[in-house]
Design a binder for this molecule. Structure first.
Ligand code: C2E
Ligand code: CA
Ligand code: CA
Ligand code: CA
Length: 277
């Protein structure tokens, strides 16, 4: 099992998030941060492999801390997960992402589906399907413009999650498996859940050129997904060689620093506007 690339940013944060005092402080600050509107979303474009057109964006949360500055999600999401605060933060992220996607459409920009990362806690601690339905109603975003990214977790109640995902699918919302290949039961997911898309974890993409077995694995994941009628997006694409490999193996979409890091909503507007003048 590959170690997910998403933990990189935790390395340098260990100094402060390790001590229990710091964790408590952070938890308390996180609680206030929701009220004080210190969270913001950045968006990373997702591109169609053949046309090169932007076909979606992934919403990624940041914490604009008044003293510590911009805190990346790797430094507070794990603590938010532990404390349960992720449910409130996740609710905010979902609504803000839907509001933003709708606002872009209302401004006359091409409709951009938005992908939102979900914590498994958001399935367990609330009725996620009704939550999502009410957010769509409130923001006016059509369900086909929302995609939910889920990761694999050992501690989940498969029956409950599966029922919930089915409800979301029937509403017309897209479901993606994030970090595919790094978890405990990737294949179990594909077999038991209504999945529209899988995201090949960037740890595989990173080593495509150096590691022949990673190249084989990526090619096999794409072929298998297509046989199951599941779309494939590669994350963490950083150079042309990786893109060429993915293109050659019929990967559907791509996302990565090679085209754009996560950027502000204003920057997305400029990209979308510029492409359609
Ligand atoms: P993720 O969902 O796997 O998101 C992709 C991460 O990879 C992002 O880091 C993104 O900036 C980074 N990335 C994108 N392209 C490249 C690339 O080409 N090379 C490299 N090296 N990295 C790339 P970010 O924004 O720091 O987010 C880290 C993780 O935090 C996310 O990983 C996700 O698991 C979590 N996260 C972010 N926002 C949310 C949220 O709203 N809710 C939840 N539950 N988790 C979130
Ligand atoms: Ca990852
Ligand atoms: Ca994600
Ligand atoms: Ca990912």
């Amino acid at each position: 099992v590959k170690e997910s690339g998403k933990n990189d940013s935790m390395l340098y944060s260990e100094s402060w998030s390790n001590s229990s005092f710091e964790r408590l402080t952070l938890q308390h600050e996180m609680y206030r941060a929701i009220q004080r509107k210190e969270f913001i979303l950045h968006y990373q474009p997702q591109y169609d492999m053949i046309s090169g057109m932007m076909v979606g964006v992934e919403a990624l949360v940041r914490w604009k801390h008044p003293v510590r500055g911009m805190i990346p999600p790797g430094d507070f999401i794990p603590i938010a997960e532990e404390s349960g605060m992720i449910v409130q933060i996740g609710d905010w992220v979902l609504e803000e992402a839907c509001r933003q996607s709708k606002a872009w459409q209302d401004a006359g920009l091409p409709p951009m589906p938005v992908s939102v990362n979900l914590s498994i806690r958001q399935f367990v601690q609330q009725d996620l399907a009704s939550k999502v339905a009410s957010v769509l109603q409130k923001t006016g975003l059509k369900p086909e413009y929302l995609d939910l990214e889920i990761t694999e977790s050992m501690t989940m109640d498969t029956g409950h999650v599966s029922r919930c995902l089915l409800e979301l699918t029937h509403m017309g919302i897209g479901i993606s498996v994030d970090d595919f290949g790094t978890g405990y039961s990737s294949f179990h997911y594909l077999k038991n859940f209504p999945i529209d898309r899988l995201k090949i974890d960037r740890s595989f993409v990173r080593d495509i050129q150096q590691d022949p077995s990673d190249a084989e694995i990526v090619a096999a994941i794409i072929a298998m997904a297509h046989n199951l009628n599941i779309q494939v997006i590669a994350e963490g694409v950083e150079n042309e060689e990786q893109m060429e490999f993915l293109r050659k193996h019929n990967c559907d979409e791509m996302q990565g620093y090679f085209w754009s890091p996560p950027v502000s909503s204003t920057a997305i507007e400029q990209m979308l506007g510029a492409a359609y003048i």
